[in-house]
Every structure is written in structure tokens, then in C-alpha cells.
Design a protein around this ligand. Structure first.
Ligand SMILES: NC(=O)c1ccc[n+]([C@@H]2O[C@H](COP(=O)([O-])OP(=O)(O)OC[C@H]3O[C@@H](n4cnc5c(N)ncnc54)[C@H](OP(=O)(O)O)[C@@H]3O)[C@@H](O)[C@H]2O)c1
Length: 316
């Protein structure tokens, strides 16, 4: 495994990090907790030291699974968790990045993660009802008190991240990035490079599409978000499946799988610190770690762009 400094945080993270959204057990079809725990352990065994979760993933469940998986190995891992999606017993979810809510939510995350510090604490998404200054005041307090070791934001627009950075020095930013999805991170990468902010580029597999395991007859259960995602419907899905087929010979040239090519593509984008890939099973982890340790050539990066021309950024 390769490691890179996460901005100026002082943390050194694996270039492949693992995501636990699906492990939360909601929105991704069938998920088995024992597989999830085994997947996280496999990742650590393979040298992955960076685990991403959020309080909202499975409404606390993903954080609890992470705690079980890392029992006795807390010192081996850097945990990123997020705040800002609040929920109630009825299952309603709404944005809340107010000072008071963050102070309350961080205690709940610490308890579920069974730890007394969080390595990386991220604001999950912008909250239109809370001034950014107020949200950053909460992060600064937690950082100063040593409750969290690094702070950052996710999915803030360029204007919003600039405003946040004027309030405090951010260590990390988290944005979507894959061969099929580029537009959100494009204006952010130069800003992060300029301010030495580490970048977690998430969903390199385009929710599994870039593994090559789907075909035109693939269907998803109702409780799988891909059943409703525009990228997985009708003509849009068909055209992307055709593009994925055309990527296969490029991966084969390197003796790599499509998933490994897709992850490596993220790592080739200047400014990206780590490719954050979601997993459900140890077998997926074992494949995905092969996305590191090699590099697509400039010619192949260009060929990939040509194959997907006109097919990027359908999904918001
Ligand atoms: N900050 C934010 O707002 C935000 C938003 C989204 C995600 N994230 C983070 O980023 C992480 C990654 O994003 P993502 O999970 O949405 O998308 P992703 O990484 O593109 O796709 C992950 C999914 O692909 C499938 N998969 C993974 N490895 C595979 C392999 N080797 N072969 C076949 N299938 C494989 C698994 O689902 P199946 O087995 O069901 O196909 C897995 O759940 C999340 O888990 C989360 O931690 C953050």
C-alpha cells in the first residue's frame, strides 16, 4: 500500500481508503454485518489505514460496525466520520450544522465508535440554515480541545469552501470523483492544492458500474438506491455499459481489473490524496487494493477521456 500526507494534518493515510455507506445497511440492497466486519478487517490487513464513515450511515449503524471491526486495533486506523445530517425516530433526515447540534452529535459518534478521539471530522454537506462561520466555530473548538485531530468539509461549493477556509485552516475536503463524475471536484482541486488541504475523492467505482459486473439485464431491489439513480436507467445505463466494455482492454493491458483501473484513475488526478471506495465484502477489498501501486500512462488517461466523452456528470 502507498501512503500520502493528508494535507497539513500530520496524518499519513493510505491512498485507498474504505467507505462504509453501504455497510450502514440502508439504501444498498442486502448487506451482511459479518461480511462488513470482515471487509474492514481485510482492508486493515492489506495496509489500508483510512476508514470513512458518517453518523447518518444506517443512522449510527455503520459507526457501530466500524467499532466492532477495529476492536483492539484502534491505533492502526485513521477514522473519518461526518456530521450534519440530523435524523429522528421517524426516520426523517434534515441538514443541521449548528454549533449546538455538532457538539451533541460528536459525543454520540465517539460513543458509537467506542473511542475518545476522532481522527478526521467532516461536515457532511452544506446546511442552508446555519452560517458557515458558526459551523466552523464548532470544528475549531473540537480541534482545539483535541476531540478531533483534523477537520474538513464535504460537498461545499467553491465559494463555501473559500468561506470556511477564511474561518479556520481546513485539513481535508471530500468530494465525488470517478471516470463518469468530475464536475463537483474540478473547481475544488486547485483550491485544495493551493491551501495544502488533503482530498478524499469518493465513489471511484460509480456505485459499482465501473467494476464491469452489470449488464443491460441487471435490476436492483427497491431498497437499493441504484434502482432510482439516473445513471442506472434505460438508454443512459446502456451507453455507460458500452463505455465500460471499451475500458476493459485498457485494464487488461496492465493485467488489472476494471475496478482497479477505475480506482487508479482517481489516484492519477492531481491533488487527490486518497481514493475512497465503498465495500461490502472482503473479496471486494482484496480486489480494490490492487488499484494502488501502479499508474495509468498519460496516453491511457487520454484514451479513457475519449471513451467517456459526452457520458460524464449525468448524476448530480
Ligand atoms: N461525503 C459524502 O457526501 C459522501 C457521499 C457518498 C459516498 N461517500 C463515501 O464514499 C464511499 C464510496 O462511495 P460509494 O460507496 O457511494 O460508491 P463506490 O465506491 O463507487 O461504490 C461502492 C460499491 O461498489 C460495489 N463494489 C465495491 N468494490 C467492488 C468490487 N471490487 N467488485 C464489485 N463491486 C464492488 C459495492 O456495492 P455492491 O456490492 O452492492 O455492488 C460497494 O458498496 C462511501 O461508502 C462513503 O464512505 C461520501
Amino acid at each position: 500500500m502507498e501512503y500520502r500526507p493528508l494535507g497539513r494534518s500530520g496524518l499519513n493515510v493510505s491512498v485507498i481508503s474504505i467507505g462504509t455507506w453501504a455497510i450502514g445497511g440502508e439504501n444498498w440492497g442486502k448487506v451482511d454485518d459479518q461480511d462488513s466486519i470482515a471487509a474492514i478487517r481485510e482492508a486493515i490487513d492489506q495496509g489500508v489505514n483510512f476508514i470513512d464513515t458518517a453518523d447518518i450511515y444506517g443512522k449510527g449503524h455503520a459507526e457501530e460496525i466500524v467499532a466492532q471491526a477495529i476492536e483492539g486495533r484502534r491505533h492502526e486506523v485513521i477514522i473519518a466520520t461526518k456530521v450534519g445530517n440530523r435524523w429522528n425516530e421517524r426516520g426523517e433526515v434534515w441538514p443541521d450544522c449548528s454549533y449546538d447540534y455538532i457538539m451533541q452529535a460528536v459525543q454520540a459518534s465517539l460513543k458509537r465508535l467506542r473511542t475518545d478521539y476522532i481522527d478526521v471530522y467532516l461536515i457532511h454537506r452544506p446546511d442552508p440554515n446555519t452560517p458557515i462561520q458558526e459551523t466552523m466555530r464548532a470544528l475549531e473548538k473540537l480541534y482545539r480541545d483535541g476531540v478531533v485531530r483534523a477537520v474538513g468539509v464535504s460537498r461545499y461549493s467553491r465559494e463555501q469552501i473559500e468561506e470556511a477556509q477564511r474561518c479556520l485552516d481546513l485539513h481535508v475536503a471530500q468530494y465525488p470523483l470517478s471516470i463518469f463524475r468530475r464536475k463537483e471536484i474540478t473547481p475544488i482541486l486547485p483550491f485544495c492544492r493551493g491551501h495544502n488541504i488533503g482530498v478524499m475523492a469518493y465513489a471511484p467505482l460509480a456505485k459499482g458500474l465501473l467494476t464491469g459486473k452489470f449488464d443491460e439485464n441487471t435490476t436492483f431491489p427497491e431498497n437499493d438506491l441504484r434502482a432510482h439513480s439516473p445513471m442506472f436507467q434505460g438508454e443512459a445505463f446502456k451507453r455507460r455499459l458500452e463505455a465500460v466494455d471499451k475500458l476493459k482492454p485498457i485494464a487488461a493491458k496492465y493485467g488489472k481489473t476494471l475496478a482497479q483501473l477505475a480506482i487508479n484513475w482517481n489516484l492519477c488526478q492531481p491533488g487527490v490524496t486518497t481514493a475512497l471506495v465503498g465495500v461490502k465484502t472482503p473479496a471486494q477489498v482484496a480486489e480494490n487494493v490492487g488499484g494502488a501501486g501502479w499508474r495509468l500512462s498519460p496516453e491511457d488517461l487520454k484514451a479513457i477521456d475519449e471513451i467517456v466523452a459526452g457520458l460524464t456528470d449525468l448524476d448530480k
